[in-house]
Design a protein around this ligand. Sequence first.
Ligand code: F6P
Length: 461
Amino acid sequence: MVSNRVPVPKDGTSKAGGLTVALEGALKRSGGLWFGWSGETVENPSDQAKVVQAGKITFAVLDLSQKDYDEYYAGFANRALWPVCHYRLDLVQIERQELDGYFRVNRAFAASLAPLLRPDDVIWVHDYHFIPLAAELRRLGFKNRIGFFLHIPWPPSDVASALPAYQQLLQGFGAYDLIGFHTPQDAENFQRCLVRENIGSPTGTGEHQIDGHTVRIGAFPVGIDTEGFVRAAASAERNALVRRTKASLGDRDLIIGVDRLDYSKGLKQRIEAFSCFIRSNPDFRNRVTYIQITPKSRSDVPEYQRMQREIAEQAGWTNGSLGEVDWTPVRYVNGTVGHAALAGLYRMSRIGLVTPLRDGMNLVAKEFVAAQQPDDPGVLILSRFAGAAHELDGAILVNPYDTEACAASIARALRMPLEERRERWDSMMGRLRTNTVEAWCQRFLSGLSDLSNESLEPHES
Ligand code: F6P
């Protein structure tokens, strides 16, 4: 497994977010090597990975120099790839030096991974930080099966082609045997990009020949550890933070949003929709509280610094204009909340507000559903632009740009009869119970193992 973030255990515990927790669960069972960035920047990074053994998992991580971090991570990955993949061409920053840094770090990571690989290893590369990694490994002579999974959206070709070195990046995908996306729409967008740039030729839906090599392309929507989350939510009533929060709300209903502080999450539009809801439904004044938990993220990227200020101002302004002496309508928190407490907060919420402007999947939507009480579940309000909208048919789907429609959906959710809430929740839970994170891993890895031998032929890069 290769990913930019690696949850190396520190002091006997591992601190990681949703996705890494899920992948960790999968690797814990099968055992294997997890390779990536240590999360540290140092003056003279070693090209040999630091290795930590934890149970069946061998963690191997590299530090980055400040220059590599600035160019590869804060630069090309998060100022070019991230905004383009989230359809935000207005935020794209193109710097040749950052592009070079991105390819340089990928080459260096491939070289450091090389001595750790065995001939029969199946290699699974995650996310946009490492698109060229397989091509670099092929250049070093590796013929192992290599799969790639993109955790963020892939846009249509008119948008994707705003990437610098667009052709080179697409060509690099040709070194993988299997490429996975969260939705059929992303997979289709991607294959159309290959076609429009004349890179190889399609040999069927989800199959593309590039340099005599078959690349499979498909949708593999990620799941969560559903039963684990159900258990965590059920036992979270005893959690101290959950109990204090409950007491602080009195008999007010709770609306919850949980997102990294990122412009793709639609926080500005969401707070606006909430305030529109209160203004147009005065009977709900002082009867509902919206908690938005938003850990700061990528704070050294200027677009993120700007939005930190803007969202904080907006939350303050909303409370100033709508609040009362005994009521703070929006509780805006820039910290992280532990897994167990979060499960409890979801469970006591009447509404989960998940309204990104664009999102690969959005696991908060799934965790919110899994955390609900079966006999009195809350309602999920979900952006039609989140990958999860393809699966969670029981959510109220909204266009996050349409403030008044989102406000009306909040009112509808708060007034929704129990029977309808149960029906919607049942249907979503059915899906979550089948498509768990374990099932997702198995589907992707068996897809990668089932490939015919032709895919093990050497690749031109
Ligand atoms: O889901 C996309 C993703 O980039 C993950 O790869 C990553 O773990 C998460 O968002 C958080 O981003 P970052 O690692 O930049 O803090």
